[in-house]
Design a protein around this ligand. Sequence first.
Ligand code: ADP
Length: 470
Amino acid sequence: MPRLVIISNRAPSLDGAGDSGGLVVALKDALKSRGGLWIGGAPATSENPSPTILMHERPDFDIGLFELEPQLQHDYYLGYSNSVLWPAFHGRLDLIDVREHYTSAYKEVARRLAEMVAKVIADDDILWIHDYQLIPLAFELKKLGVSNKMGFFLHIPLPDLQTFKAIPNWMELSEWFAAFDMVGFQTRRDLAHMIDIFRQTMRGELRFNGNIDINGREISLGCYPISIDVKGFAEMAAEKAQTVDPARLTRLIGVDRLDYSKGLPQRLAGYEQFLADYPDYCGKVSLLQIAPPTRDNVEAYQDIREEMEATSGRINGRFGTIDWVPVQYMHRALPRDELAVLYRYSYICLVTPLFDGMNLVAKEFVAAQDPEDPGVLLLSQFAGAAEEMKEAVIINPHDPHGLSRAIKQALDMSLEERKERHNALYERLAANDVSKWSAEFLRRLEKPAGIPGARHPSLKLPDVPFHAGQ
Ligand code: ADP
């Protein structure tokens, strides 16, 4: 079996700390069974970065770190990746900050990384490259004559063609995507956008096997919804719950990085509307919003932080009493087991993104519930997770009145209906957990391109998981 080489913006820690939450859980099995190398950015920048990848051994897989100088790291990561691609791919063109030195830094990192990667891979290694920070990597590797199989997974959404074309170097972006042998997305929504972008920008032609032909080269496209370790998370929540007392109030919970894509102001607006519409609930419910900081040195993130602090303060001022605080707002991260038990003891989870690749919080909340007395998930129609999690109460985050009614609906929901919805959600999650995600992606990547008899995605859209070209 060929070795697997994962390449992402950040590598896992050398000592395994922090493995439990991220991508490591998803890729651990695959790396273990075939032997693997994970290449990612070093945790710290260096004024004199090493010209080669720094190799380290872990018992489960090897880690290769690449270093960047602080200015380049800033312009590549906070600049082009998070001030252009992140907002644009989340449909927030009003927030993009286009600067030419950001674009050049982004390309420079891919060029340098390609040179370093080319020196450490073997001919039959399979390369799996992750996320929007590294879209040009296959293009750069191919320029160096590297001909290994290269797959790419986009963890965030891909916008529609018009939004995509607002990014000044959209044509280059298209070419970079087209350099991979396979590109995977979270949802059918994103997959459809990719097909449209390839068709309109590169005269891509869809084949009946679901691949797209660009200048005589076939690229596999598929949709592979990412998940969590469902059983592990469920067990952790159940165990930890035995050591903690349930909350006194009926709790609504929100857990998100403090990001403008998560619809946090819209969530508070819906909750405020609910308190105004149903005053009998004042003093009986509370919203716990946990929102750890992220990308603090980007202006748009400072703005959302101020907005959240002001809005939660305003709601507390408007409705609060001496012995009741309507919104508890925590601006920090929590250990995963504490999070799990908070989910379990919450009656409602509010997941209200305006645009989200998947949203793992929705899946964690469902996994953490007591099946005999489960809480209700309110899920934005714009979260990738909504394609799979149809039994959640699906909401439109832009409509505070609808959100207010949905909160009331969840609070009134009978135990029987809650159990029915939860059971359906849990079963589907358990059948499609994160090890399946990586196994399916790799299975497809290793297949030769162009599988006869497979069907075009628009001819048949089965229930998730869905993979074009199979
Ligand atoms: P994104 O990847 O855009 O941040 P997801 O919902 O897919 O959104 O994933 C967020 C992850 O971060 C989840 O695993 C969630 O548990 C974790 N997380 C979010 N907020 C906190 C917090 N306050 N403390 C600890 N973990 C958190």
